[in-house]
Design a binder for this molecule. Structure first.
Ligand code: NAP
Length: 433
């Protein structure tokens, strides 16, 4: 049996998962890769920290140069996260002809071009399965198994924290803040949950997925982004009345060479498979012109699921020829130049929840504004009274398909009406057709 040395940069959640899998599944991994893998160095900030895995003391280091200068280390596994110093370490490791595995979505979404270029220049292998949707094999799924297809559309629930929160709100009729607090206590949400609840994490992931799916370079800022903080239990209730569910969806569509890229809360039919993705699970629904509809479902985070993707990437590298120069070309995805569709040009149906004075004629004023903007309303529902004096009511409007800028213009005009107290929420509806 051949032996190979690898190094981990980071021994947090994912690093621990990787280390555990390499130990627990040692025999399977040896048979499948043809190698006995030795983790010979692990870079951390604090060597004294208790990490819940038995890593020999001499393996831990705080000095990256020890890894860089050790020619016997063939693969560097970056599971430390962030841009700085992860990017510098990765670039230098590649220059030293070490193959790379990374789980770092932030780095790939913001500096992917640079690192892929370096990998290509150095002729090393660069694997990043764990960077999107943890344990779900979506990167290699698109990159290898779906390359015969033109991918038309991709819809993803790619953030476990927000899916956990929305699931709880829907199933238990709870407030956002209440569920967020509980999610923090259970470790499903970070102490600072901004990246998840404001949609940044999903934005990074969609930039990576769309780049692969459409064979182009999607920048993070090409992806329109909204988070879930404005969703209220009452929106969940209305959605359910309409036979729909609310999910934070990452949506990518290729409309004749123009890409629609957006992350936002979305009402989807409760009969669609994505509506049944609950708890912290992730799923990606793809339509390819040859294969048709596909859905990938599973754990998008966690030490072992994410470790599963990382270790598979290590095995993929070992199955190549790790010692031969330029024998492992990186397949780049900048195949086509595509335009990005502005969010104002996106067409959708909309759910609009408005609080208005309970007075005669208000409904007429509102429908006139939408009509003048060529927005056709499918239904208008008046429900309940808002306060003790019974002077305000909630109106819920559902539009037919229309362009976003017409909705925005209509909403601006609604605010000019003295009888409209507030436009409380606007949620796009996806019908999947
Ligand atoms: N957590 C998940 O489920 C998940 C899923 C998919 C992808 N990812 C990605 O995987 C990566 C790692 O995530 P994680 O949750 O494992 O993070 P984490 O628990 O915070 O662990 C980070 C590790 O990196 C080490 N580290 C950080 N900065 C360092 C520095 N400057 N020098 C040396 N060591 C440093 C830390 O050392 P100390 O322990 O000494 O502080 C720690 O061991 C991120 O890119 C993340 O986006 C995570």
């Amino acid at each position: 049996m051949k032996k190979v040395k690898i190094a981990l940069l980071g021994l947090g959640n994912v690093g621990r998962g990787v280390f555990t899998i390499l130990q627990q599944n040692k025999d399977e991994i040896m048979k499948r890769s043809g190698y006995e893998i030795e983790v010979s160095k692990v870079l951390v900030r604090d060597v004294t920290k208790n990490r819940g895995v038995a890593v020999p003391e001499e393996v831990l280091t705080t000095d990256f140069e020890e890894i860089l200068n050790d020619d016997s280390i063939k693969i560097v596994v970056e599971v430390m996260g962030g841009i700085d110093p992860a990017k510098e370490y990765m670039m230098r490791a590649m220059e030293a002809k070490k193959h790379i595995v990374t789980a770092n979505k932030m780095l790939l979404a913001t500096a992917g071009d640079e690192v892929f270029e370096k990998a290509e220049e150095m002729g090393i292998m660069f694997q990043y399965e764990a960077s999107v949707a943890g344990g779900i094999p979506i990167i290699n799924g698109i990159n290898e198994n779906l390359t015969a297809n033109k991918i038309n559309e991709l819809f993803g629930i790619v953030n476990g924290t927000t899916n956990y929160i929305l699931s709880k709100m829907e199933l238990e009729n709870l407030d956002f803040d209440e569920v967020l607090e509980e999610a923090k206590q259970k470790g499903y949400a970070e102490a600072d949950p901004t990246s998840d609840i404001d949609g940044y994490d999903a934005q990074y992931k969609l930039a990576i997925l769309a780049s692969l799916a459409f064979g182009t370079k999607v920048k993070v800022n090409d992806v329109y982004r909204e988070g879930i903080t404005k969703i209220k239990p009452i929106d969940m209730k209305y959605a359910s009345d309409f036979g729909m569910s609310i999910k934070l969806l990452a949506i990518a569509k290729d409309d004749d060479g123009k890409l629609e890229l957006r992350v936002h809360p979305t009402m989807i039919p409760e009969t669609h498979p994505l509506a049944n993705v609950y708890d912290s699970f992730n799923a990606i629904f793809i339509n390819g012109n040859a294969v048709g509809d596909l859905m990938f479902y599973g754990r998008g985070a966690g030490d072992l699921p994410t470790g599963s993707a990382v270790v598979s990437d290590i095995i993929a590298i070992l199955r190549g020829n790790i010692d031969t120069d330029n024998n492992n070309p990186v397949i780049r995805n900048n195949l086509w130049e595509k335009k990005i569709k502005d969010i104002n040009e996106v067409e959708s149906r909309y759910y609009i929840r408005v609080t208005v004075d309970d007075k005669p004629g208000v409904l007429g004023q509102i429908t006139t504004i939408f009509g003048a903007n060529r927005v056709s309303l499918k239904s208008v529902i008046q429900k309940g009274r808002k306060n003790d004096e019974n002077v305000e009511v909630t109106l819920v409007l559902i539009t037919h398909k229309t362009k976003e800028y017409l909705i925005k213009d209509s909403i601006d005009k609604l605010y000019d009406l003295r009888t409209v107290k507030d436009v409380e929420n606007i949620i796009r509806i996806e019908d999947f057709n």
